[in-house]
Ligand binder design. Sequence first.
Ligand SMILES: Nc1nc2c(ncn2[C@@H]2O[C@H](COP(=O)(O)OP(=O)(O)O)[C@@H](O)[C@H]2O)c(=O)[nH]1
Ligand SMILES: [Mg+2]
Length: 199
Amino acid sequence: MNEYIYKVSIIGDCEVGKTTLINTYINGKYDYTPYNLTIGVDFYVKMIKDIKLHIWDLSGDKYYKNIAKRYINESIGILLVFDLSRKSTFNNLKSWIQLIDPEQIKKKKIILIGNKNDKNKVIEQYELNTFILTYGLEYYEINAKENTINGIFKNLVINIKLKQLNYNYLIGIKKNQYSNIKYVEETDNKQSYCCCSNI
Ligand SMILES: Nc1nc2c(ncn2[C@@H]2O[C@H](COP(=O)(O)OP(=O)(O)O)[C@@H](O)[C@H]2O)c(=O)[nH]1
Ligand SMILES: [Mg+2]
């Protein structure tokens, strides 16, 4: 069986819960941990069927933004996280998005996560809606204590797969580059495909 690697980065300000969310996802449960600043970048691997997720947990510290930029632009999937109970983390989202190369932005799947919904939400709904619409993002409000992050990762992987299918179709790759795509030759020599696997 072929194996595909999807690089995914989780980004956002310090203390929004990035490392906790990844740990909840990797370990299948929430473990309370006192805050520990991520230095530079941490790396995790998770298999979803034939897909190997390489997850880069990037430090929210400004000092590491140049490193973050490199990882972000190598990633096909991005989880952009802010803390629903801390306005500054929402205000800084734009500066995180600006690290993404504008020419690459359409090729990536970006999901916005408002974390810590177990606390008091201080961000106005209209501000949120404006931001989501401006950047065309998919959005979830969650907390790391529940296992919702699991579904978000599944969704991310499905969306990346679909992006790949569309991309391959558009550039007209003729052979089976991905095992889950069956290309069917039509009589007029055009190609069509069907996706035969679910995640
Ligand atoms: N109340 C609450 N606390 C959380 C949640 N997620 C993370 N935390 C706490 O927030 C602090 C910062 O989390 P951390 O994952 O280190 O943040 P990071 O800097 O973004 O990686 C830690 O003390 C976590 O236990 C959540 O959903 N709700
Ligand atoms: Mg961290």
